[in-house]
Design a protein around this ligand. Structure first.
Ligand SMILES: Nc1nc2c(ncn2[C@@H]2O[C@H](COP(=O)(O)OP(=O)(O)OP(=O)(O)O)[C@@H](O)[C@H]2O)c(=O)[nH]1
Ligand SMILES: [Mg+2]
Length: 495
């Protein structure tokens, strides 16, 4: 999401970091880069100007320049102003009590994602224990009704359809009557779209709004259309009282202009974002998390929330109990990877983890696929014996060769896996006994490390373990390594 904006903003921030001491003139130069990034991301010019005025005023203030860490302060100011720009957002759907019928009305231009979003909202309401019904109020195309019916069938949500009626207002009114009888407590109106904002469409929507008095009216808009999305939101907000914007297709390569401008230009906040074609790809929009994502700080909270929904709670509790006892083996690692898979693509979820955005991009450039990598690692662990998984330090050359043959990889890849696993295991173990606050702090420390050195593997801070190799063990390890190298050279020659 917003990769190019993320990239250009991080490079603007790096330019501050490279400066050593900040002066007014190089601060201004750095801020100019921030401004450019926003303009390139298609944020509307007036929004950028207002934003930069606020940021500049604070950044050049005495309190910032005098601090030991002015760059961090600038990042903090930009972060806070981004949050102010997009928020605040009230996520409540403002539904009536469960015994009454509430109405959500979706409107938007053609192809913006209204019908898909109906499905996503329907599913969300169901998981909240409500009983939604879709209303086919798009009578422009007969296929629109079919699309909604298919959607309703797949979700087990009833659909109110009247193919004879040509007046969407009458259809909605009849649906509201039917809802009372049908044991339904939320109606979701799927209205018709047009290619452009036109008077006829607006009149139709205003009539529906007047007659049905929906509890919430949402404008569904395609984020890929950039500033046009902002203009159409403005036009719809003039005709209807919009309660929120739902910004779709953020999984594509939208530049961010719409997400950053809508609230400021229209006064209507973005309430939800669509992040994919599947019906679970709807997220509440949190300006603070989005600002964090844009600044490459990752979005741990969304990650944790989605993880909590999808992870097997029992497995997680078992893993946690083990961690508290200071146990984290390759088996546990393998299990966690299995849990991660439930979240879908690993690559997608890497973008949520602080500092990982850049790494996943680099992996992409090097043609390394995170999902393939996970499969490979899984294969290696599968080829180990139980004993080896519990204590990988017992893996010597012959064991390594056996595992490599089993997993179909080169022996040095086993060593690499173990080398990166051990510090991670240390970290996991030390976090196991922490409370949530300390854990977040540890995560933050890790984030900073990754940001300073995004390509490096995670380095564990050395702590005395009391265990040292004896000279004899060291010599044996060295011999092992040399033997391994000779074998590799031989293999290479053979090829
Ligand atoms: N990638 C992605 N695609 C989406 C998202 N939301 C909707 N789409 C796709 O956008 C296309 C149009 O979606 P619809 O829901 O039919 O749009 P609509 O606004 O109902 O269109 P009309 O009824 O023709 O006005 C479909 O191919 C959807 O799968 C999203 O968040 N991400
Ligand atoms: Mg539709």
């Amino acid at each position: 999401m917003f990769e190019s904006l993320q990239e250009s903003l991080s490079s603007a921030i790096r330019s501050f970091r490279g400066l050593g001491k900040l002066t007014e003139s190089n601060m201004r130069a750095g801020l100019k880069l921030v401004q450019q990034s926003l303009l390139e991301a298609d944020v509307s010019v007036s929004v950028v100007n207002g934003f930069m005025d606020k940021v500049t005023e604070q950044a050049l203030g005495e309190s910032v320049m005098k601090r030991l860490d002015p760059t961090e302060q600038v990042v903090k100011i930009v972060h806070e102003e981004l949050i102010n720009l997009m928020g605040p957002v009230d996520h409540s759907l403002h539904l009536k009590g469960p015994k009454e019928v509430s109405i959500l009305m979706l409107c938007g231009l053609q192809g913006s994602g209204k019908t898909t979003t109906c499905g996503k909202l329907g599913q969300l309401l169901k998981t909240r224990g409500l009983r939604p019904m879709f209303v086919a109020a798009d009578l422009q195309r007969p296929a629109a009704i079919d699309q909604l019916e298919v959607l309703g069938n797949s979700l087990g949500i009833p659909v109110y359809v009247d193919r004879e009626n040509k007046d969407p207002v009458a259809v909605c009114q009849a649906a509201a009557k039917a809802a009372a009888v049908k044991d339904v407590n939320v109606l979701i109106l799927d209205t018709a779209g047009r290619l452009h904002v036109d008077q006829e469409l607006m009149d139709q929507l205003t009539r529906i709004e007047m007659k049905l008095e929906p509890d919430q009216v949402y404008f569904v808009v395609d984020s890929m259309t950039g500033q046009d999305a902002v203009h159409s939101s403005e036009a719809f907000n003039k005709a209807l009282e919009l309660d929120g914007v739902i910004l779709t297709k953020l999984d594509g390569d939208a530049r961010g202009g719409a997400a950053l401008s809508v609230k400021n230009v229209t006064g209507v906040p973005i309430k939800f974002i669509g992040t994919g074609e599947t019906l679970d790809a709807l997220e509440e929009f949190h300006p603070d998390r989005m600002a964090g994502r844009i600044l490459g700080m990752g979005d741990m909270l969304t990650f944790i929330e989605q993880a909590q929904q999808k992870f097997d709670q029992e497995e997680m509790a078992k893993a946690q109990a083990k961690l508290e006892k200071g146990i984290f083996t390759l088996d546990d690692f393998r299990n966690q990877m299995g849990q991660m898979k439930r979240l879908g693509s690993i690559s997608k979820f890497m973008s949520f983890i602080p500092g990982m955005g850049q790494i996943s991009k680099m992996m992409g450039e090097m043609n390394v696929d995170a999902d393939d990598e996970m499969k490979r690692v899984g294969g290696i662990i599968d080829s180990m014996t139980l004993e080896e998984r519990r204590d990988p330090t017992i893996i010597n050359t012959s064991r390594r060769r056996r595992i490599a043959a089993g997993a179909g990889v080169a022996p040095h890849q086993i060593s690499e896996l173990i080398k990166s696993f051990l510090p991670m295991a240390d970290m996991m173990k030390s976090m196991g006994s922490m409370n949530m606050r300390d854990r977040m702090k540890a995560m933050q420390g890790l984030t900073q490390k990754v940001q300073q050195n995004p390509t490096g593997t995670i380095q564990s801070t050395k702590v005395g373990t009391g265990k040292r190799l004896t000279p004899k063990e060291r010599a044996a390890a060295k011999k092992d390594r040399e033997k391994e190298k000779r074998k590799r050279d031989r293999d290479k020659k053979k090829k």
